[in-house]
Design a protein around this ligand. Sequence first.
Ligand code: 3PG
Length: 300
Amino acid sequence: SDSAGDTKVGFFAKYPTLVTGFFFFMWYFLNVIFNILNKKIYNYFPYPYFVSVIHLFVGVVYCLVSWGVGLPKRAPIDSNLLKLLIPVAVCHALGHVTSNVSFAAVAVSFTHTIKALEPFFNAAASQFILGQSIPLTLWLSLAPVVLGVSMASLTELSFNWTGFISAMISNISFTYRSIYSKKAMTDMDSTNIYAYISIIALIVCIPPALIVEGPQLMKHGFNDAIAKVGLTKFLSDLFWVGMFYHLYNQLATNTLERVAPLTHAVGNVLKRVFVIGFSILVFGKCSSFFCLICLLLPSP
Ligand code: 3PG
């Protein structure tokens, strides 16, 4: 009703910091759960291209149902906006699949350690592709991250090149995603924008999944997974991982609408610290000899 709507608007306007803090909290919370469940799935079903399609598929169904009941109301899209969103969605799809190839190949903590380089890639793109000048202080503030990731890579127990290179490609893809996102800034709200991006990204992800993993999946992939955990658990894991994937990305997009891009980028790095900590607690794998969290936590 209108009065309920007014109350909501009133609360959002009255306590903006509290609301933004809640958005960050939910984004981190959903992301930690997503990462743990996702890795549990890869431990018995190592098919990251297919699982990436499922993540997006569940999200798209969720968006279609939400639009169907009018929460939110679907914003109409025209060919101009579609042209702007396609590059964003292609980068989103590529970054998504490559992140997942890495999650399946190495420890979750290691993938997120490499993904902590994303702001460094962003700074490099701003300076060398967009021609903006990045202050020396910003480069210096990124130096410890680069050094830390190099040391972590050298000492990582689960290291392999597939995991390393695909996480690096995801850094490049997500950097391009943010460049194209700036060009695609419109009046449309972030929930609707993310829904359209998910639909396009899903279409992009299906053909490579069919080509790369289709034959193995049909031969034994599905049967092996069902034999290991049972059909019900397999299906419910896929459903929930897709829901958490969609909701954390939705929250991340809504948070970006409320804060400056730099705050969002810093918040994203901090998110990885939480994910690394929780994944070490759950999976008991230390990412690195130099990992501070491993030094602070009791050994599993
Ligand atoms: C994905 O599946 O796309 C990855 O979880 C992306 O990771 P990020 O949102 O933490 O960058």
